[in-house]
Design a protein around this ligand. Sequence first.
Ligand code: PLP
Length: 298
Amino acid sequence: MSWRFALIVAPVAADDPRSDFADTLSVIDPDAPALSVGELSTQRGDGIFETIGVVDGHPQEVEAHIARLAHSASLCDLPAPNAAQWHAAVDRAAAECPAGESAIKLILSRGVERAATGLEGPTAWATASPVADMSGARTTGVRAVTLDRGLDSGAASRAPWLLLGAKTLSYAVNMAALREARRRGADDAIFLTTDGYVLEAPTASVIVRRGDTFVTPEPTGGILHGTTQLSVFDWLEDNGHSTGYEHLPAAALADADAMWLVSSVRLAAPVTHLDGADLPVDAELTAAMNAYLLSPRD
Ligand code: PLP
């Protein structure tokens, strides 16, 4: 299956009252060159993005993704996105997605730098494409290792210019962490602060089960607030479990009754081993969680 769909979005002001955005969304050939060589997204990773899971043509949790795009834009001093315009872009892209699972990406870049005229921008685009088969990670699970993120728990509030809570396009460090995890014989990584607290995985949130309570690290501590984690917590609450946000010490991971990495495309992957040690896996609960995550969610 190799299909791809792409749209250039001409961003309008956040308070633009129009309701029809058709003339701001241009379908382009996804295989043809589309970006200027002066694009700051490609030259500096200076932009933000969202990846939205799509199941049978239904884009999941669009509201939460667009809200996080707006949050990232604000942290990065990018113009506030027009939520209705991005909804229209998602709807247009979702209409191209076949049955099964796919992903929509939204990208907002600072724009193009020109020596003569300065910054032109922002630039924005949306794509839809197939996704790799995630059923193995959802059922067999993943082996994870903890990796030092090189920053302490106070870094996000002390140094907001590090953009720690923004979903920026600068994922080179996250990808390097995944390669390091593989060198260590694992499938994925969990970042820790230098003072020993749990952050997130390079492309997922961490959920830990302690008895009947499910916890995840505080999203204010320099990590992304995962849309999938939010959705899972709603579902857990609806099913009689309690959930919470904590400043979670790394030691809590080894004692977990279960652990998952959750994100929009993989959904919930149980962590079977942490730093080489076995972790308990609740296959039944994981299957129910993934069945929920595959159902239409708004
Ligand atoms: N944390 C990071 C660093 C991520 O890249 C992602 C998703 O890509 C997440 C958390 C999970 O976010 P979501 O559940 O919204 O996909």
